[in-house]
Design a protein. Structure first.
Length: 135
């Protein structure tokens, strides 16, 4: 109800915001778990690769968040602006604006998947690899 009165949001807007926040929270937990695992691996194996590899999930989360934020902002603007378009052209204009908005998400998918994949692979390899003796 707070979102309805304070920001003038409809229930559909609230559902979208809830879904976005929920997915970011879940992805944030996944990112934190990968980061903590990578940090543990980096302590077992000295070296620049292991020290830097722990940041891959954070970079992946950043790419996903930026892509999603740009998409949401563009979609929000698209739905706000659609009322100014003549009724017979609304469907085409909305489809075009949605397609443009989804480009940001599409561009953020490769670095996100790559970051998480590299993190998972390096964490598995670092976990299975015998730790370096420190002395």
């Amino acid at each position: 109800r707070l979102l309805h009165t304070r920001f003038g949001m409809e229930s559909a807007d609230t559902a979208v915001v809830g879904a976005v926040v929920g997915s970011l929270f879940g992805q944030g937990l996944f990112t934190a778990a990968l980061f903590l695992w990578a940090r543990w691996v980096a302590r077992r194996h000295p070296g620049a690769w292991w020290r830097h590899a722990r940041w891959f999930p954070v970079v992946a989360m950043g790419a996903a968040t930026i892509g999603l934020a740009v998409t949401v902002a563009q979609l929000w603007a698209s739905f706000q602006d659609i009322s100014a378009v003549p009724a017979d052209q609304r469907a085409q204009a909305l489809a075009s604006q949605i397609s443009t908005a989804m480009t940001a998400t599409a561009l953020s998918i490769p670095p996100t998947v790559l970051g998480y994949t590299i993190s998972l692979i390096s964490n598995v390899v670092g976990t299975l690899k015998k730790p370096v003796a420190r002395g």
